[in-house]
Design a protein around this ligand. Structure first.
Ligand code: DGJ
Length: 749
């Protein structure tokens, strides 16, 4: 049996390999020269573009593989519509605004002579390994666009972006520069899946059936946002579920203002355009200058949302998350925020650190309140030196104590912000976004530094660099607790003032990139009042995300589940906090809270100085158990066995049956862990059987329901074949409210 498994194992491990950025085979891109067609091929998907007689770049196909010969001439011959009322039948791969184009364009520019009509014709192409570069040019103005496609065949993903080049002698104003437009096959009607919510309720899966018109998800806030997340998935209405049906999906690698517009035209054809938001945006492209858009990655799954998410997770582990930590286990965190808020001092933090160590915690984090005059949210942001009253000898005594306990040490910062009551603001009141003759609107009593200003951004880089150089800091949580308003930057030339949306986000990236390069062993957590900055752009620079300020496990199950549609469980940090939770005032059993938090990167955030010996002993058991299953949860394959979200078709998602179950399978398929949650048992009903997935049908597995105490299984351990576990499933008896179970499944010797 073991030998037989080894064959499967290699394939599975290859999917999850995180040791190196992939060197893909060159065969992923084929150019059919005589037909002027480019075929981009994934393991199970195909994407095709071609050039028509007019020299336009036309989208031909995105979906399951077709025979190359079937593309024929492939390119649709334009059918002139004499009345001009109809839809242009040419589905331009990268539509510029000009001539006969009314749907959402990818690009809109204004030339120096005032012309606002852009035409793009194919000029040349290059294939470099698995990257296709297609150059388009305007026939009159020396303006070029290079479309980039990086094909990742084993994930069935394509990363798309565009580079604009101004070859004119005068500047060009770019008014819209999206990353890509995706055209979907003609399969109406469509259902859009997306992630929506608010503070404390992020990344909930929602569904919307699409009809003629435009459905746009977006952020105009200068940041990713809690309200909507830059990820989408599309399926034929009623045609796909977790493990069946075709799903097309994508995500933007961008942490500034963004939009993704799904538009069905009068002919029933669907396109999805996305990238940097054009709202209040304009970019002055000087002669000889370039503008590069962020990446918009898109993928196709022939077998439902489950494989789509697993491909995204594997892609993030292999391609997105920063090295070298991508493949390393994320440590168990203790964070003192909910325990102590601003009321901290060295002795109390050391006392907490000792308790955390007793539980098995590996990383101790001091949250807000350690710097400047930060005794409440009224003051201190911007003054990133240890508080003279709370840390009279600086951070060193605490860092030494934490390191002495053999734990890593981390701190919280919010680098983009100042309180008006701070030395930094008093010295540089013009560094914040503001307009003259208008109030500077505060949120949480803070204003936002304008990182489009190189002086402000450089100052913050230097301060953070100094803190990291002087102290042995292993981890930084970068928070952001408000969004941009009154986006004035009056010192800049008029033509550049609307560039702030892009310049600020790029400056955040730049600071992170430079700090990571100088301090490569530091781990970073992205936080924005919870999960307000979770996207592929920030995940290229931060190792994990604080998913929500809401730690009620019942809510958290919904938030976490939605998050996994787009992002890897490893990147999702969850803390076990005290009863009642701060959002709903709910009391839940420690087991329920731990099981929920164990489904990503585990953290503890309760006031450990108040935990009873029994609670601490139970918690210690969960932390030890977590360390055993951590490789499965952080680097394994996730199956949403009983998701919260109702299967398609539905609009919007509604509460499920009260049962939620998730399975994580090890890459070699020899182990799995299943988490089962029941909100309330009712009418004495038994739970439906929990059918597992992703196991080897012929292998025998040992099943244990694990609970704290002796470590003995609560029910007699059983042995079953993978096929039985997947077909008949597990019968589990849970009674009462907030019941949960952790089931270990291991291949029998
Ligand atoms: C918001 C974060 O989401 C919390 O975890 C905490 O760090 C506070 N900010 C601190 O002000």
């Amino acid at each position: 049996m073991r030998q037989m498994i080894a064959g499967f194992t290699l394939a599975a491990i290859a999917i999850l390999s995180v040791t190196s950025r992939s060197a893909e085979t060159p065969s992923a891109i084929r150019y059919l020269e005589e037909r002027r067609i480019w075929l981009l091929e994934g393991d199970k998907s195909q994407y095709a573009v071609g050039v028509n007689a007019a020299g336009e770049l036309i989208h031909l196909w995105w979906g399951p593989k077709l025979a190359a010969g079937d593309f024929g001439s492939g390119v649709i011959v334009p059918v002139a519509n004499s009345t001009g009322w109809g839809e242009n039948p040419q589905y331009l791969e990268f539509p510029a605004w000009g001539e006969w184009r009314y749907p959402e364009p990818a690009l809109k520019v204004r030339f120096a002579d005032g012309v606002r009509d852009l035409r793009l014709r194919h000029d040349s192409h290059r294939i470099e390994s698995n990257v296709l570069k297609l150059v388009l040019k305007d026939p009159h103005y020396p303006f070029a666009v290079e479309l980039r496609y990086r094909v990742l065949p084993r994930f069935d993903l394509i990363e798309r972006s565009a580079v604009l080049r101004n070859g004119c002698e005068r500047p060009i104003d770019v008014e819209q520069a999206l990353s890509a437009v995706w055209h979907l096959p003609h399969l109406q009607p469509w259902t859009l899946s997306y992630l929506a919510g608010k503070w404390g309720a992020e990344t909930q899966l929602r569904r919307a059936d699409l009809g003629q018109g435009k459905f746009q998800i977006e952020s105009r806030r200068g940041a990713t946002s809690h309200q909507l997340n830059p990820w989408f998935a599309l399926s034929g209405t009623g045609k796909a579920g977790e493990e069946h049906g075709e799903v097309w999906y994508g995500a933007l690698a961008w942490s500034g203002s963004w939009k993704i517009a799904a538009e069905v035209n009068a002919a029933g054809r669907l396109q999805v355009a996305g990238g940097i938001h054009d709202f209040d945006f304009s970019w002055r492209l000087e002669p000889g200058a370039e503008f590069e858009t962020p990446v918009f990655v898109g993928g196709f799954s022939p077998n439902g949302f489950g494989p789509a998410s697993r491909q995204m997770h594997a892609y993030q582990l292999a391609e997105i998350l920063p090295r070298p930590a991508a493949g390393e286990a994320r440590p168990v965190i203790y964070n003192s925020w909910y325990a102590t808020e601003f009321n901290i001092d060295v002795a109390q933090q050391i006392a907490l650190a000792k308790r955390a160590k007793d539980l098995g915690v590996e990383l101790f984090v001091v949250d807000d309140g350690w710097f400047g005059k930060r005794d409440s949210d009224r003051a201190g942001l911007g003054d990133w030196s240890p508080s003279k009253t709370k840390f009279p000898q600086g951070l060193k005594p605490l860092i030494d104590a934490v390191h002495g306990l053999n734990m890593k040490f981390g701190v919280w910062v919010e680098p983009e912000m100042v309180n008006p009551d701070s030395d930094l603001y008093r010295a540089h009141p013009n560094w914040v976004f503001h307009f003259p003759n208008r109030p500077r609107t505060e949120q949480r009593r803070q204003l936002m530094l304008n990182f489009a200003r190189p002086d402000a951004a450089e100052h913050i880089f230097r301060v953070l660099d100094t803190r990291l150089t002087e102290n042995e800091i292993d981890f930084i949580k970068w928070d952001m607790n408000r969004h941009i308003m009154e986006p004035g930057w009056m010192e800049a030339p008029q033509a550049q003032q609307r560039e702030i949306w892009v310049r600020h986000a790029r400056a955040v990236y730049d600071i992170l990139d430079r700090l990571r390069a100088k301090h490569p062993r530091v781990l970073w957590e992205s936080c924005s009042g919870g999960g307000g900055r979770a996207d592929l752009g920030i995940l290229r620079r931060t190792d994990q995300v604080w998913t929500s300020d809401n730690t009620d496990p019942l809510d958290r199950l919904v938030i976490q589940e939605g998050y996994t549609y787009a992002y890897a469980p490893k990147t999702q940090v969850a803390w076990v906090t005290d009863n009642p939770d701060g959002v709903n005032g709910r009391d839940t059993p420690l087991a329920f809270r731990f099981h929920c938090a164990m489904m990503g990167t585990l953290g503890v955030g309760g006031n450990l100085l108040r935990w009873s010996n029994e609670e601490s002993a139970e918690a210690k058991w969960y932390v030890a158990e977590y360390k055993q299953i951590r490789p499965l949860v952080q680097d394994g394959l996730l199956y949403r066995l009983h998701p919260h979200a109702v299967p398609l078709p539905s609009s919007p998602a509604v509460a499920g049956s009260g049962l939620q179950a998730y399975e994580y399978v090890s890459p070699d398929l020899s182990q799995a862990v299943v988490f089962v949650f029941l909100h309330s048992s009712q009418l004495g009903n038994d739970l439906p059987a929990i059918r597992l997935r992703g196991l080897m049908p012929g292998a025998r597995y040992r099943i244990e329901v694990r609970q704290p105490g002796t470590g003995d299984p609560a029910i007699t351990a059983q042995e079953m074949s993978g096929a039985t576990l997947m077909e008949r499933g597990l019968a589990l008896r849970l009674r009462g409210d907030y019941q949960s179970a952790l089931i270990r499944v291991r291949m029998a010797e």
